[in-house]
Design a protein around this ligand. Sequence first.
Ligand SMILES: [Zn+2]
Length: 613
Amino acid sequence: MNSHLSRPFIGLFLCLLLIAEVSAQTGRFQQAIDYEIAVNLDVKTNQYTGSQIISYTNNSPDELDKVFIHLYYNAFQPGSMMDERSRTIADPDRRVADRISKLKPDEIGYLHVTELKMNGKPVKFTEEETILVVYLDEPIQPNSTVKFESKFMGQTPIQIRRSGRDGEEGVRYSMAQWYPKVANYDEQGWHSNPYIGREFYGIWGDFDVKITLDKTYVIGGTGYLQNPNEIGHGYQDEGVKVPSPKGNTLTWHFKAPMVHDFMWAADPKYQHDKVQMENGITVHHFFIPGEKTSENWEKLKEYTPKAINYLSQHFGQYPYKQFSVVQGGDGGMEYAMSTLITGERSIRSLVGVMVHELAHSWFHGVLGSNESLYPWMDEGFTSYASSLAMSSIYSESKNPLAGSYSGYFKLAKSGLEEPMSTHSDHYNTNSAYSSAAYSKGATFLAQLGYVIGDEVRDQGMLKYFDTWKFKHPNVNDFIRVMEKESGMELDWYKEYFVNSTKTIDYGVKSVNPQGDKTEIILERLGLMPMPVDLIITYKDGSSEQVYLPLVIMRGEKENESGMPERILTEDWPWTNYTKSIMINKKMDTIKSVEIDPSMRMADLERENNKIEF
Ligand SMILES: [Zn+2]
């Protein structure tokens, strides 16, 4: 058979080749990048110059004749897209509002690439505000690695949004979004989003960063310090006497493996405390001591390791050897291995913001979903995880997700709701964005427990982390994990809850005597269909359950622990607005019938869920 191929065999062979070609073209790939950056910051002018060597690997099947590089600091200039947007949106963010338009030349931010070479040859580039467009005469070939060498200069803006200098609490430098950062290219193409206001999407790689600045400054942020015994400032090994530096500056050398961003903050007044966890993780805290900080930051040191342990147990092992909580920024913002948070807070608020930003390490740091397209997969899942972590840390018994549900209900009733599939910069209002991303995103997960069972959802979250860590999952990837975990089809759940603003409302329409039996009529009043758990409580104190899954789920959740015994399981097709159920008990034995007493289903009108006699 191997001496010659008959015509049909050749046809099949060609066909298979074609299929292989197509799947290579449509399959998933990830770009890879390594950064080597050296930067020198002048703490008098707030300006910096730097050089950058980027090793960029094109794992896509495409030739790239352009590359896009983020220059985020150019947003902090009068007339920028961020400036316009923050002044014209209906509900401005008070941190930005009209502040950018009033910045003086020494207060604006900028970041310019002054020289750029690829593989040793100069390349053409133009600056389009916050994006540098690089034109390549010689395209980057699939499966090849190129080397970009650049020089850049920047000015750190007055603290307005996320990063900057001289913030309200007096922190001198919160250096996030400070370096030229290559935009991501994936199976959906380039993501060269201008910096309007929302969050980020990056490529994982190894960062090697050398920062030179005034020797009195203490730096905290992303990365493992390589020269702690030269630097001191609380980093040195125990018992080491740190030599005093010769000049006025120190050069800090950090390495950060497998991260998609690099943040640092610096202040001469920082107190630096280290906590060594048993599992080998070192937790660093940096804050400016004072009446409004010292006591609570001292207490905070206890909470950070607790939160790391809780989140690792429930959402997957934290993969880095370090986490740094740094006072700075303008509220709370997550970065690789670190966070910038404002520090003059009550202890509860301080712990709350730390836990939230830390929880981002799982969804932003390690899963790394595109936050322009799927902000709720980061903010919502993070809010969900941090609410559970807070509830556990403070041993609270009330529903930790109650706030997320009420935030979502308020949004749904406001008339301002937009689908969660909206690009994060393009929501009509800031409030519709944040209620969708944070509250509805968290509700999505909490409610998923109602659909597939809490335990299955919890196992699914660990599976999700394991399957998709360092791979940029999208909404379908998440749904597929949960489908496999539950054995159900869940596309409808995504279509309705993510891609539409249709809402849920089920009600008990009537309970009618039928001789020795009782008929219960339920109705669907909302546009989004859901499975229904109906609990019947009898006057003798016992209770039973009727379970009505959707046909389109093609499966049933197992009865959850603590739930009454199921006396009936029957599909309720979504096309039917009412459902009649017959119970083999006399009506006068019934005390109440109630749809979802667990209140995990985001039912907008709870009043009609229960009839009590
Ligand atoms: Zn967040």
